[in-house]
Ligand binder design. Structure first.
Ligand code: IMP
Length: 200
């Protein structure tokens, strides 16, 4: 019988590594970081799934190990789903710059048409090219002005049904409802059979 299942995390973002470890390690998964010598994968896909899968498959082939990768972002309905896969970089500058730009684009749009969601797609892949995808979402609407100091990215303008923005939640509260944790929990549940399937 082999030891603990091992999984490479396809991210160099220390915050994400910590978040993924916190869920996977208590479940008995040995979590490995990405070897810094492995070249970065360009996230040029048209969908979150394209990007997560490209990273997972590329790194699984490069490392010879199973890999977990994710891609996430914000979809705003009044903007036809933008910024979507371009959430991190559609406006140069800081998170606050992007939030201001989004609020400007939505000027005059009433609350009921400001619906939006965070989406996260997690991909599991192995060196043979087998893969599975998992999707988590968090529904909300874009606030009229930023509020709160927690979280990152669009959290100060992402308002939940209870009226608070995501930046007004503490980390434990955010993790209970977040798109990333929802996708990760599904991946964790599927992991034993995914890894077992690799031998067949
Ligand atoms: P990536 O998944 O690292 O490519 O990040 C995508 C981008 O989506 C981030 O840079 C943020 O702008 C946005 N995003 C993803 N998840 C969250 C979240 O939980 N809060 C706020 N912004 C997020």
């Amino acid at each position: 019988m082999a030891g603990a299942p091992r999984l490479v995390l396809a991210t160099r973002n220390p915050g994400k590594v910590a978040e993924f470890r916190a869920l996977l390690e208590p479940a008995g998964v040995e979590v490995l970081g990405l070897d810094p010598r492995i070249p970065e994968v360009e996230e040029d896909g048209a969908t979150f799934a394209d990007n997560a899968l490209k990273k997972a498959l590329t790194y699984a082939r490069a490392t010879g190990l199973p890999v977990l990768a994710d891609d996430s972002g914000l979809e705003v309905d009044a903007l036809g789903g933008r910024p979507g896969v371009h959430s991190a970089r559609w406006v140069p500058g800081t998170d606050a710059d992007r939030n201001r730009a989004l609020l400007r684009e939505l000027e005059g749009v009433p609350p009921e048409r400001r619906t939006a969601r965070y989406v996260c797609v997690v991909a599991l892949a192995d060196p043979k090219g087998r893969y599975q995808l998992f999707r988590g979402t968090l529904e909300g609407r874009i606030a009229l002005a930023p509020r709160g100091t927690g979280g990152f990215g669009y959290d100060p303008i992402m308002e939940l049904p209870d009226g608070r923005t995501v930046a007004e939640l503490d980390l434990a509260e955010k993790n209970r409802i977040s798109h990333r944790q929802a996708a990760l929990r599904q991946a964790l549940a599927a992991l034993p059979s995914f890894l077992a399937g690799g031998d067949g």
